[in-house]
Design a protein around this ligand. Structure first.
Ligand code: ADP
Length: 582
């Protein structure tokens, strides 16, 4: 442990901290330093340094005098007396000590700039444990001037939430929560002030756990807006940077796409894809389907009875009646279809309905509840096991979503010109087509993929979902995507498409109404409910997601093709082969 450097970790000035906190930090550092000193050297540092300095200079002085006398008396230098041997020994010993103490600090400090190594900001002490320039990585491409610095921050001191603003009343509630008298979850309803509830919960949590939440912001979030809708028992919020990629030219319109991510190069890569698409005249998207699903599971005494209900539901006249019952639940939910699957005497009914601009899980669940209640009169022996029987299928990889679709099903395509492939994507059409065939199609087939016939659709889906307040867990089925690439126009240009059957998005409800997510929706021009045509905003957002995935696929595959396949083509002299004719 390096005492000299360790002691320099102490922040010079800690703006924004109270005097008491400064003193607290000081004490921590002094205590730390004492512990380190004691381990390295049992004597007080000043005394041992003084002793060795004195010994070192004394023996040097003594040896120089002896050396001068020997020269004067013409005595050979290698003939040494006992006192000279002792002096040489002391010289070496003190030199090693002094070198060990001062020299190592110097040697260790030399390659680093102290400023670089230690970063002291207003509120915390940060030690850069791992500062490295990340190459663009296997997964993502990016221009060489895009540099990602990964900084692992280590907390060295406990910086509790600023409690200088705690009133006596707050203190009472905090103590009541700490002692377990007041349940943490009841703070909002008891206090009637969501921000204060979050603050009190946070301070109580720090006291109970002895762990600091420093770094997790409390200020800057409207806690009333998440109550009963987005998050229970809040103590702050996590910050995710939002980058913007674009313009994306999609169906003749331009979009700037917000992406919330901590993955370096993702935005840059998608941006490059957008550039290639723009320069080639833009992309086109088509909405194939729009319907959210919910599939309850019901049980009967026999498989015969389960089949009776299945046939009942498939009767067109009955469907009309059930649709009117279902549709009563919302102005926007409109039943489209009921698809059944039987497992013995259990029946799974997959209800599909349009949901306007909402993603629609709540809406479809309410409609299903109404229908189940209605059916109970005709099928009193029907035992409702669960409103969701996993045949829906929500937030799990499932073939039913891949085949039937869930939410919005979108296909998006573009033709990228030969020279754009070369200039912007830095590869060639044949290499891209071959890579797509071997990686996204064959490779994924070999892996037994379920909807994963793409390079990194989920990267883009997740980033756009986080930015726009979608349910990030639905990225599972929303990222189902098959990417196709073909050489067209006599093999010169590239036709690229993404087909995504289950994009689950909304522009009302859930996290979409939060200020920051709402701002991102606004940037895309799809904030809230569409006044002219209900559902048009959500459908547009789904198309934006597909267009962004198209750009992401194009860019990443190009990076891989440029970095590996093109090289291997050259190596094996196959660069002229037209793989589309294979
Ligand atoms: P979800 O069904 O996606 O979970 P919510 O139930 O939270 O969404 O939000 C949908 C709510 O928004 C419903 O109460 C619905 O009546 C209302 N709403 C207002 N305008 C629209 C619209 N254009 N499309 C869908 N829902 C809308």
């Amino acid at each position: 442990m390096d005492v000299g450097r360790r002691s320099s970790l102490k922040p010079a000035a800690t703006k924004g901290k109270t005097m008491a906190e400064d003193q607290y930090d000081d004490q921590i550092f002094k205590a730390d330093k004492k512990v380190v000193d004691a381990v390295v050297n049992p004597l007080p540092m000043g005394i041992s340094n003084g002793v060795f300095f004195t010994v070192f200079f004394s023996v040097v002085y003594f040896l120089l005098i002896r050396w001068r006398e020997k020269i004067r008396s013409s005595t050979p230098l290698h003939v040494v007396t006992m006192s000279e041997m002792a002096a040489i020994f002391l010289f070496v010993a003190s030199f090693i000590y002094l070198l060990g103490f001062f020299g190592m600090s110097f040697v260790q400090a030399t390659p680093y700039d102290e400023e670089e190594e230690l970063e002291v900001d207003e509120t915390e002490i940060v030690r850069k444990e791992d500062t490295r320039v990340t190459p663009c990585g296997a997964a993502l491409d990016c221009d060489s001037d895009v540099v990602v610095k990964q900084v692992v921050k280590k907390e060295l001191v406990f910086v509790p939430t600023d409690t200088s603003v705690v009133t006596e009343k707050d203190e009472e509630v905090i103590q009541s929560v700490v002692s377990g008298k007041t349940p943490s979850y009841s703070l909002e309803s008891k206090l009637g002030d969501c921000k204060r509830a979050a603050f009190i919960r946070r301070v109580a949590l720090e006291r109970i756990t002895g762990k600091s939440l420093d770094g997790l912001p409390l200020e800057g979030l409207d806690y009333e807006s998440i109550l009963g809708q987005c998050c229970e028992m809040p103590v702050g919020y996590v910050q995710i940077p939002v980058g913007v990629a674009g313009p994306m030219l999609l169906d003749g319109k331009e979009f700037s796409v917000p992406m919330a991510t901590t993955e370096g190069c993702l935005v840059a890569s998608t941006n490059r894809g957008f550039k290639a698409i723009y320069a080639s005249g833009g992309a086109t998207s088509i909405l194939l389907k729009d319907g959210m699903t919910r599939a309850p599971v019901v049980r009967f005494g026999t498989a015969r009875r389960a089949a009776d209900l299945k046939f009942f539901l498939e009767e067109p006249l009955n469907f009309e009646t059930l649709a009117s019952v279902f549709n009563k639940s919302s102005r926007f939910g409109r039943l489209q279809k009921i698809q059944c699957a039987i497992a013995g005497k259990n029946l799974y009914m997959r209800f599909t309905c349009s949901t306007g601009d909402a993603m629609g899980m709540n809406m479809v669940s309410k409609g299903v509840q109404n229908v189940l209640e209605y059916l109970q009169s005709d099928f009193p022996d029907m035992d409702v096991i669960g409103i969701s029987g996993n045949y829906c299928s929500d937030k799990k990889p499932a073939a039913v979503n891949w085949i039937e679709g869930r939410g919005k099903s979108v296909v998006c395509e573009a033709i990228i010109k030969e020279d754009i492939v070369k200039k912007v994507l830095k590869t060639n059409v044949a290499a891209l087509v071959e890579l797509n065939m071997l990686k996204n199609l064959t490779g994924s087939a070999m892996a037994g993929a379920l909807g994963g016939f793409n390079a990194h659709a989920s990267n883009i889906v997740s980033a756009v979902y986080l930015a726009t307040g979608q349910d990030p867990a639905q990225n599972i089925e929303s990222s189902h995507c098959i990417t196709m690439m073909e050489a067209v126009n006599d093999g010169k240009d590239l036709h690229v498409s993404v087909t995504m059957p289950s994009i689950e998005v909304g522009t009302v409800g859930g996290g979409t109404q939060l200020a920051s997510q709402s701002a991102c929706l606004n940037l895309l021009g799809v904030k809230g409910a569409n006044r002219e045509a209900a559902g048009e905003n959500a459908r547009q957002l789904a198309k934006v997601v597909a267009g962004s995935v198209l750009a992401g696929e194009l860019s990443l595959l190009s990076a891989i093709a440029a970095g590996q396949l093109v090289n291997s083509h050259m190596k094996y002299n196959r660069s002229n082969k037209d793989v589309t004719k294979a």
